[in-house]
Design a binder for this molecule. Structure first.
Ligand SMILES: C[S@@+](CC[C@H](N)C(=O)[O-])C[C@H]1O[C@@H](n2cnc3c(N)ncnc32)[C@H](O)[C@@H]1O
Length: 312
């Protein structure tokens, strides 16, 4: 047994990410494939819309995962994962330096500090080499984590030019460097392939030994709640259809699949969009608290729809 297997890691997402699935993990856990629940083992875990990775970390903490593959189209997010995987010690060191400096300032100066870093972060993007891992990635991950921990609501929002445009949050003592968790995240990422790109890149890694969890951007509940833009491209109904086709194809490979999305019936009981796309699969609805709506009055109990290609 390796130390990893003897000793639970208990890592949690290192970024607060829109659409994080923390409040649904216990529901998801109950309906994992029986084989996984029985053996406490996952041979090959694939998550094509990883975001903050709430499900990945939960499974990593509670099951033995031999190999994982994580994908997301957001290049800043993937950069953060890769830096923790490759250079977590330097990242922690630099985050401590930035944190000490920031926390020593007055509230007024912190504000200037935040906007200066935000502007430096956006400037750096122009000729940044996202394709080849290098030392600059560490500085960029430091900015990413700093902005995520000190920005309003911990949102990661980009405008049409991919610039990070979240205003400063109001935290007295933000946890800019959660050293213990970064170390645990690094350990969780052993034997994990991390890729930036479209979910379809997962295809060649999915086989009958895989368990795949899909958590695509929510389909907007109505025309005004168009929060689908984690990346500037957004995720349209055309993408939802593309995903449903991909899901069928992966089901034919014999992989175990679980997918979650907002239930279109929350808004319109006659909206069968998702039910039709996944016709023939095992469809379940569970109550979920929606946390992302900016309008507090619309943050009530809503159903999440869960689609599996297995019964047990
Ligand atoms: C609902 S979030 C996932 C949240 C995640 N489950 C968590 O707990 O934080 C959806 C993610 O899909 C990513 N995404 C959007 N379009 C994508 C695409 N075409 N391929 C892969 N990832 C995509 C977004 O960047 C976002 O991180």
């Amino acid at each position: 047994m390796t130390p990893l297997e003897e000793d639970p890691i208990e890592a949690k997402p290192f970024l607060k990410w829109a659409g994080g699935k923390n409040q649904l993990l216990m529901e998801f856990n109950k309906i994992l494939p029986q084989k996984i629940l029985r053996n406490k083992k996952i041979h090959n875990y694939v998550e094509p819309f990883v975001g903050g990775g709430a499900m990945f970390f939960f499974l990593r903490n509670n099951y033995k995962i031999k190999r994982s593959m994580l994908i997301d189209v957001n290049r800043e997010l993937i950069l953060g994962y890769k830096v923790i995987q490759n250079n977590y010690k330097e990242l922690i060191h630099e985050l401590h330096v930035l944190k000490d400096d920031y926390l020593s300032k007055s509230e007024e100066i912190r504000k200037d500090y935040y906007y200066e870093i935000r502007s430096a972060y956006n400037h750096q993007m122009t000729d940044f080499d996202y394709n080849n891992y290098n030392n600059e990635w560490i500085d960029r991950a430091v900015y990413l984590i700093f902005l995520n921990k000190t920005g309003f609501n911990g949102l990661f929002r980009q405008n049409s030019k991919s610039e990070f445009n979240v205003p400063m949050g109001r935290y007295k003592n933000p946890k800019i460097c959660d050293e213990g968790n970064i170390i645990k995240v690094n350990r969780s990422l052993k034997n994990t392939l991390i890729i930036c790109g479209d979910f379809t890149l997962a295809e060649e890694y999915i086989n009958k030994k895989s368990f795949v969890y899909f958590d695509p951007p929510y389909r907007p509940l109505n025309k005004t709640s168009n929060f689908t833009s984690y990346a500037k491209e957004g995720f349209t109904d055309y993408d939802q259809k593309r995903l449903a086709e991909f899901y069928r194809k992966m089901a034919n490979k014999g992989a175990f699949l679980m997918l979650s999305n907002s239930d279109p019936k929350n808004n319109n009981p006659n909206d069968n969009f998702i039910d039709e796309l996944y016709n023939g699969f095992n469809i379940k609805r569970v109550p979920a608290r929606r946390i992302i709506n900016c309008d507090a009055s619309k943050r009530g109990e809503l159903n999440e729809i869960i689609i599996r290609n297995y019964l047990k």
